[in-house]
Write a protein that binds this ligand. Sequence first.
Ligand SMILES: [Zn+2]
Length: 256
Amino acid sequence: MKTIYKYLLNTLPRPLLIRLSYVFKLFAPIAFKGSNVECPVCERKFRKFLSYGSDIAHRENVLCPYDLTLERHRLLWLYLKQSNFFSEKKINLLHIAPEQCFYPIFKKQTNLNYTTADLESPLADLHFDLHQIPLDENSYDVIFCNHVLEHVKDDHQCMTELYRVMKKGGWGIFQVPINYESESTYEDSTITDPKEREKHFWQKDHLRLYGKDYPIKLEKAGFKIEIFNPRTDLKKLNYQKMRLNPDELVYIAIKQ
Ligand SMILES: [Zn+2]
């Protein structure tokens, strides 16, 4: 059962997975009945979460069976909840490669002027390549672009583009996989074989594996970086119950 599940998760196209997730929503509360783990996004408790990730980056007990959040989604959510994101009067939000677990929630928020963008997803409002964003400068108060920069050819150019379209005083969150055991980002353009890429960069379609220098890279594109560390910034947080990555931080990229 476990092998079949893993096979399906790694081979089925995403649109189909998204459709299957609706079926999951019906059965998860029964099949995973319990209270060992808790998802702050759907505010539901379960016996356990599902496993997720490639062979190299496989993790047990991390994927919420109801809304399919992972550690990084739950962490971002905890940040947003304590920020002014939901209370600020009017926010021009650009959401690149929008996560399925956030899309319906953001869509309903009346304070958000919400635009989604993606390279190809038909569900997105706009379609463009991040290397050349066809939008005016100083347009958005908040930009989310998570788990994209590890896939693009020239991440510095893409960061510069994100900086350009952000309003002065705006902020963005651009989460990427980070190897917190490495000081610097590991990049080697001669590694093109999918199996080799998975071994070196954790996933078949990743072009690099970021290290602890990730915020410095954002600074080089012009951003000022603030760090949200849930361990110190949130009181009484049950890390184990929400199944967060104990190393993961949120870098908030600000355009001053
Ligand atoms: Zn959930």
